[in-house]
Design a protein around this ligand. Structure first.
Ligand code: 2AM
Ligand code: CA
Length: 265
């Protein structure tokens, strides 16, 4: 596989699909919204975007398989697996808040080798792939921030939206961060939170109850931009494990210790 040409073809497809989503939003009506079994929302545009991406990506890489949010959410064991969120930030899309994106990663034998997070309204394409040093925003090299201490960090997070058994712990950590950082942001799209860590707009991101399609691409881009990504306790199972801490790397150990110290009170 020539990963460079696969990445270029995937970027073209994702940008075109982004344009489709942007145009669909102009005529979109609230009556089109559906609720899934939990409280999350899905629209016909999520489904149509996914269909376009799945068809296009399988054509780019014949024999590859797909793990995607809306209609392809099993975990196939194919050696080459696309991990796709056709719209990350659907709640923002529904409310016409202009922060939503497409997230696509390619996993080869269990390892991510390519990721794109494409923010649709500003046409910002965050991208990285194996065989090329670094990560890029619209072709320009990006880097994580250099913030040296947690108290100088702006953190992004997502509020838990299901499984509220972890709420107590989450609120404890939030309370402590509020008093010991530069502040918190809740954008409503985990993929974009990660892209913003990768380019230094935010210094860190943490969230519970995430799905692989929310984070696979963004986490890879953070690492390629020089940052660190783990579970809250520093473990490796951050794509399928459901919780993620991403930072500029410099404050990673301090943040793990801080969260461990404050989660119980
Ligand atoms: P989605 O837009 O693809 O559903 C926000 O913190 C993250 O959680 C987003 O990546 C969002 O992805 C996901 N999410 C899942 N269920 C949600 C819900 N009920 N409300 C808000 N975000 C949800
Ligand atoms: Ca989604």
């Amino acid at each position: 596989m020539d990963i460079k040409s696969v990445a270029a073809a995937a970027e073209t497809l994702i940008r075109e699909t982004g344009e489709f989503v942007k145009n669909e939003r102009k005529s979109w009506q609230i009556a089109d919204v559906k609720r899934k079994i939990d409280t999350s929302l899905v629209t016909a545009v999520d489904v149509a975007s996914e269909q376009r991406l799945v068809a296009g990506l399988k054509k780019i890489l014949p024999g590859s398989d797909v793990l995607a949010e809306e209609q392809h959410n099993t975990r196939p064991d194919n050696e080459l697996l696309w991990i796709i969120d056709p719209i990350d930030g659907t709640t923002n899309f529904v409310h016409n808040l202009p922060l939503f994106c497409i997230s696509v990663a390619l996993m080869s034998k269990g390892k991510i080798i390519f990721g794109i997070v494409y923010e649709i309204n500003n046409s910002e394409c965050f991208r990285a792939h194996e065989g090329e040093e670094g990560a890029f925003l619209n072709g320009k090299r990006i880097y994580v921030s250099e913030a040296p201490k947690l108290k100088e960090c702006l953190l992004a997070t997502g509020f838990p939206s299901n499984g509220f058994d972890i709420l107590e712990e989450y609120i404890n950590i939030m309370r402590a961060f509020m008093q010991n950082t530069q502040g918190m942001r809740r954008l409503g799209t985990a993929a974009l939170d990660l892209a913003y860590v990768a380019c230094g707009r935010c210094d860190g991101f943490f969230e519970y109850r995430l799905k692989p399609w929310d984070v696979a691409a963004g986490a890879y881009i953070v690492i390629k931009a020089g940052g660190a990504v783990t579970t809250f306790s520093g473990g490796d199972d951050y794509i399928f494990g459901g919780e993620m801490l991403a930072t500029n790397g410099v404050v990673h150990k301090e943040t793990i210790e801080f969260m461990e110290k404050h989660k119980g009170k």
